[in-house]
Design a protein around this ligand. Sequence first.
Ligand code: CA
Length: 367
Amino acid sequence: MKRMLTSLAWLTMGLLTLSGCGEEKETTATAEAAPQQTYEWKMVTTWPRNYPGLGMAPENFAKAVNEMSGGRLKVKVHGAGELVPAMGVFDAVARGAVEVGHGAAYYWKGKSPAAQFFTAVPFGLNVQEMNGWLHYGGGMELWRETYAPFNLVPFAGGSTGVQMAGWFKKEINSVEDLKGLKMRIPGLAGEVFQRLGGVPVTLPGGELFTALQTGSIDATEWVGPYNDLTFGLYKAADYYYYPGWHEPGAMLEFIINKEAWESLPPDLQAIVTYATRAINQDMLDEYTARNNTALKELVEKHGVQLRKLPDDVVDALRVASEQVIQETIAEDEMAKKVYDSFKTFRDNVMPYTAISEEAFLKIREGK
Ligand code: CA
């Protein structure tokens, strides 16, 4: 009796599955018969078109989406200045003039101070930790909340890893040497730099070389050896400083207009989502492979003077960073909410990073 019941149960399940299959087949047949809607998106970026490293993320994203969707979602990339200027990306996507953009959230601190925490926080999270916070630690939900009033849906858009502290025309031997120095350094770090007497400016990447060469700025941070070599920054300044206290795991962003995002069927939304995740990782892979050879070329071929920031300068930057962050979050509710989450994650992750990555790197060097 028991066996019969079991058989009956199996039979019923089988029938249900069969009838389920039948329905599925019908649905699939209908879907196949109907012409599939195609979508054409314009993408604007804060980088020059086809610019190596971070500037290739838009092109790689477009290629991935076009291929994975079989041409149902076509994305066309327009570099900085083609449709809108570099710093016009946020507004263009927000108002729906274009569907998607690529850049860095800290460029938009004037729109929302909270945005800065999604690119780089001085002495903040490294790239592994940043990805962890965003995708498994509540960071992405807060990013969505920050951008919701602007009609934008954000996605992580690639990371450079720890950047270089930047290019300087003169040596930095003390905090005193930062006084009056005009440096391109965006976001929270710019305010920290100002706190120590420097003069921060925000310029898009495409304008850096000329600004540094003509002396309209005295120093600039950009990315790291691979990108900085391409920009030829070594021709305009001799001293190349590390480590990147200001951008320990700089994260870029894809931003999608909310209506454009909601107009996509679920499978295309999934393609876009997974494309962003793939491009996010791919960028770091490329930097990891190329930064070391680029640095070698800068030093050995172009005679660049590699320097480490003095400890007392780093200490002063650390103290000023904490002050700037506290003041920023005191003035803006969303920034406080984001930083509370960021800081909790950082406090929790640091002890494990210390006994895993940090401890391993030390033993690998024989320290
Ligand atoms: Ca940078």
